[in-house]
Design a protein around this ligand. Structure first.
Ligand SMILES: [Zn+2]
Length: 247
């Protein structure tokens, strides 16, 4: 083997190390062995610090949040941990259906679960157990809406819904200016809206855990790749404001 080849092999190995580290992120499964089974991941800095929880794919016809959340599994937090469940409603995503297929309920109205009888409520129970296990201090739930809030106030596209408490208000106000600086088209800029939908994960986390909790909504009137980038930009900015990522 020539020297050039040896240098090439060393270079490839060096590039492969961070990728291996990312793939090594801890994985876990919710609703294991059922048709609602879904995988989550934990990006752990290895340093003490708070835990953030990111949810995607709660509504199965809103793919941008699920795709963005899957990428968040590769984030390298500066401190603490980022727990991610990218495909909360996995059967809904597979069928492009908003709710859990076959009358399984709305995973955006399952917090707290009432009698735990529906698949949506069982998943809600699992997510609440995850919140408690990791003592989360931040939650972002990634959604999509029909159109742009700036054009039609009945739609939540391009909004950041923040929970009714001071950690959420402070972080939202801090983050929205930064997010909008990166968006040139005025109609695509994010608006702050209080508060998350009642019985949703962000509503529950804000009300019962008193933590910073958000629903991120992109407008589906844009190419999917752009929506995914916007979701990622919002989450990155919020996580940076909260101290998980460097600014
Ligand atoms: Zn939704």
């Amino acid at each position: 083997m020539g020297r050039k080849w040896l240098l090439y092999v060393i270079l490839v190995l060096c590039l492969a190390v961070p990728a291996t580290a990312v793939l090594g992120a801890e994985r876990f499964t919710l609703q294991a062995g059922t048709r609602w089974e879904t995988e989550g991941c934990i990006a752990d800095s290895g340093k003490p610090g708070p835990t953030a929880l990111i949810l995607g794919g709660v509504h199965g016809n809103e793919p941008a949040g699920a795709l963005a959340a899957a990428q968040i599994c590769t984030f390298q937090p500066a401190a603490g941990k980022i727990v991610v469940v990218p495909r909360v409603n996995a059967p809904g995503l597979a069928a492009n259906l908003r709710y859990v297929p076959d009358g399984g309920g709305d995973m955006n109205r399952a917090y707290p679960p009432q009698d735990g009888a529906t698949p949506a409520e069982r998943m809600g129970k699992d997510i609440i157990a995850l919140m408690e296990k990791h003592q989360i201090s931040f939650l972002a739930d990634l959604h999509e809406a029909r159109t742009f809030h700036k054009l039609d106030r009945t739609s939540l596209g391009q909004t950041l819904l923040f929970a009714d408490n001071s950690p959420s208000t402070i972080l939202a106000m801090d983050a929205v200016d930064v997010i909008n600086r990166g968006i040139t088209d005025d109609v695509k800029k994010f608006s702050l809206v209080g508060h998350p939908i009642r019985l949703s994960a962000a509503w529950y986390a804000g009300k019962y855990l008193g933590i910073a909790a958000f629903t991120v909504e992109t407008s589906s009137q844009q190419p999917l790749t752009e929506r995914v980038e916007q979701q990622l930009a919002v989450v990155r900015t919020l996580l940076a404001a909260g101290g998980w990522l460097g600014r």
